[in-house]
Design a protein around this ligand. Structure first.
Ligand SMILES: *Cc1c(COP(=O)(O)O)cnc(C)c1O
Length: 477
């Protein structure tokens, strides 16, 4: 399996070769040269597999430069019941991603039972183990620099904590995360985790990460890396649970299933698209956004019009507050039939702050073949949906999952099972749950006193030079 860039100007690479990098050198994103295919017979065989077996079936096709025994060991180390046990007490954690039936044909796919109570743990935990493995092989170490407004940073820290060849420098806005999210990150006492609270907003954090990454001398000298959502291994890891959920929601492979996916950067739903390209019988993929409806606008109109940071609204499903969808280019590459020149042209406009419209070229008409639908929701929709799920099904869901359930139900078809992906647990967004239901969400065991734990965090000005000096001072700890 070789990986090529969506923009076609970068050398072909193997899975391990692209693992530690971000963008391809030509500015594009990596994709498999061709998608591996599961035959009907293979799918029949996969139906009885548990999560780890499915993970091996999928990843051994996508990461074929990892020795099978090593890959098995990495998967066994990653997908354990001990890691994914932080959900509701009545969940079957042995399934790793349990599927909960709300009513006949309507399911919630529980992806948020990992250590940080959001679905990003599903991929990030694997990434942590893959990084450690690849760095060991190469005799190297890495300093990961990131900016977070909540879920990504904590998932990265919990995945990398204690790894001997990885250090994490995570910038977060001093104010702006929930108390729970702050406590989750800042209470980590691991020596290889460095929390930096920046006196500023998330965009200040992100600007600093960008400038540091553009300082090529510094980047090389201190071996600076990233774990952002364009990382191919993260997308690959997310493919697995679409297979798991499909088999859980059906009784035979002649059936098709629709998935509703709360979306921001288009990483999660991109994995669903790839699962379908690999042969999974998917009926529809439903892209759910909040008021930041860049993706909904595209799937309705053919116009992709990223917003500026200043135009991005702060909503009650904050992990979906994005201005541009960083994984979207992967889907467009497939839509163009892997026409790298066309993708390059489209993103030339986007990278210059503009937009594109796929209607005039006729490309938008071809999107029907991919059966992707979309919708958006408002704060009032989320509140209503959280109350509906609680009253009708007795299940408490968070605001992001509510976006997915609301939009999913609008696109539900009779006779087609609908699986709504749960991307975070309600405990992570207590204020919204109190607003919707007037009660405090249950905390997973062990997290009751999270906010009282001592913090390990450095508060700094939004000053790139000072932050570089801090990294330089700790990069070899
Ligand atoms: C990251 C995140 C999303 C959006 O996922 P994408 O892969 O960026 O589309 C949705 N919900 C929650 C809770 C998240 O943390």
């Amino acid at each position: 399996m070789r990986y090529i860039s969506t923009r076609g100007q970068a050398p072909k690479q193997s899975f391990l070769q692209i693992l530690l990098g971000g963008l391809a050198p030509d500015g594009g994103l990596y994709l498999p040269e061709t998608y591996p295919q599961f035959s009907a017979m293979e799918l029949a065989f996969m139906r009885d597999m548990d999560y780890r077996q499915l993970a091996f079936a999928v990843l051994s096709r996508l990461a074929d430069d990892i020795e099978p025994d090593d890959l098995k060991a990495l998967i066994d180390q990653t997908y354990t019941t001990e890691t994914y046990c932080h959900g509701r007490k009545d969940s079957d954690f042995s399934q790793i991603t349990p599927v909960r039936e709300l009513e006949e044909g309507l399911f919630i796919l529980e992806l948020s039972n990992g250590p940080t109570l959001a679905f990003k743990d599903m991929a990030m935990q694997l990434l942590g183990n893959l990084f450690e493995y690849a760095l060991d092989q190469a005799g190297q170490d890495i300093n990961i620099l990131g900016a977070t407004s909540g879920d990504t940073g904590s998932a990265a820290e919990y995945a990398m904590r204690g790894k001997h060849n990885v250090r994490v420098f995570m910038l977060s806005p001093e104010h702006g995360m929930t108390r729970f999210q702050q406590a989750q990150m800042y209470s980590l006492q691991d020596a290889n985790i460095f929390n930096i609270a920046v006196r500023g907003v998330f965009d200040d954090c992100q600007d600093i990460v960008k400038s540091v990454s553009n300082d090529l001398d510094f980047k090389a000298k201190y071996r600076i890396g990233a774990v952002n959502s364009i990382n191919w291994a993260r997308v690959a890891a997310q493919v697995i649970y679409y297979f798991k959920a499909y088999f859980a929601a059906t009784t035979g492979n002649e059936q098709k299933v629709s998935f509703s996916v709360p979306s921001g950067n288009f990483g999660n739903v991109c994995a669903g698209h790839i699962a379908r390209m690999m042969g999974l019988p998917v009926h529809k993929l439903i892209v759910a956004t909040n008021e930041n409806d860049v993706l909904d606008e595209f799937f309705r109109s053919g116009v992709y019009r990223p917003r500026t940071a200043a135009q991005t609204l702060h909503t009650s499903s904050p992990s979906m507050d994005i201005s541009k969808a960083s994984n979207f280019e992967r889907f467009i590459a497939d839509l163009t039939g892997r026409d790298a020149a066309q993708v390059g042209e489209l993103w030339q406009a986007v990278d210059a702050g503009g937009s594109f419209d796929l209607k005039p070229s006729g490309l938008f008409a071809q999107i029907q073949a991919y059966a992707i639908e979309s919708g958006s929701s408002s704060h009032a929709d989320r509140m209503r949906t959280i109350r509906m799920a609680w009253e009708k099904y007795g299940v408490m869901i968070d605001t992001h999952t509510a976006d997915g359930l609301k939009v999913g139900l609008e696109h539900r078809e009779a006779g087609i099972p609908l699986v709504c992906l749960e991307t975070a647990l309600p405990a992570k967004f207590e204020d919204s749950i109190r607003e919707a239901l007037g009660v405090q969400p249950e905390r997973p065991a062990g997290l009751e006193n999270l906010e009282t734990l001592p913090h390990r965090v450095e508060t700094m000005n939004a000053d790139m030079t000072a932050i570089q000096a801090y990294i330089a001072g700790h990069a070899n700890d």
